[in-house]
Design a protein around this ligand. Sequence first.
Ligand SMILES: C[S@@+](CC[C@H](N)C(=O)[O-])C[C@H]1O[C@@H](n2cnc3c(N)ncnc32)[C@H](O)[C@@H]1O
Length: 273
Amino acid sequence: MSIDAHDFAYVRTLLRDQSGMTLEPGKEYLVETRLTPVAQQSGLASVHDLITRLRRHAPNALHRKVVEALIIHETQFFRDVHPFTTLKTAILPELIARRATARRLNLWCAAASSGQEPYSVAMLLGEHFPQLANWDVQLIASDISDTVLELAQQGYYSQLEVNRGLPAPLLVKYFHRQGTKWQISEQIRRRVEFRHINLIQAWSLLPPMDIILLRNVLIYCDVETKKTILKKMRQLLQPDGYLFLGGAETTLNLDEGFTKVQFERTVCYQLRP
Ligand SMILES: C[S@@+](CC[C@H](N)C(=O)[O-])C[C@H]1O[C@@H](n2cnc3c(N)ncnc32)[C@H](O)[C@@H]1O
């Protein structure tokens, strides 16, 4: 049975207020499917009972659990591949040359999910830029979901996950088998600093960023939320830094402070001079 309009409206508002994510009308089935296990784990007979309990309390751990259950965490290693090629062939060589004196580089994966994206960056740095070993490189990976952050920090991936996008030589070099899972090496895990950051709330102190990956998260937000997040990203990005969005995302008509830069098959963004 699908949830009623009143319950659906409550869940939509909760999700938007807590995460900035929008839930389109017609997604009642999704709410029902995702929240049924949460209701069961909480000893409640139905999603309606779960929502009734949520209504009675100010936002607490149960509300967070519900929000996490509704958010999409889809990701994979080297997702869409071209941005990573561009990082390797154009952007990192350029920024490394520019930062040769300071020997400092700051990178941020701002919706890192279960870690495949920041670990892809970390492997790319390890493989192609050994000179950075003596630099101060800060690679921050953040997400709103503590569940995915914990998975990311542990660095265990299923066979299916390592089959998606990860080149076999990197699997052999940087992962070891642990039962049915593959764990990414400590050498790579050490390179990534995981943090809980909700993009629509105050951010913990972050350094000026040379590279920001904000991929496949704005797509779920309404226009006002996209504008707010992009404005904050703009304030954090170095004047010669680069912002990467997902393939279906853009700054166009949202933030005129960014200008589009195209590298072959990759689109990224810089601050308008
Ligand atoms: C679809 S995944 C994208 C992961 C990765 N960036 C990629 O492109 O493969 C979106 C991620 O954004 C996170 N997210 C959603 N709302 C967020 C918010 N308000 N603040 C921070 N992260 C958020 C989700 O938890 C999820 O892990």
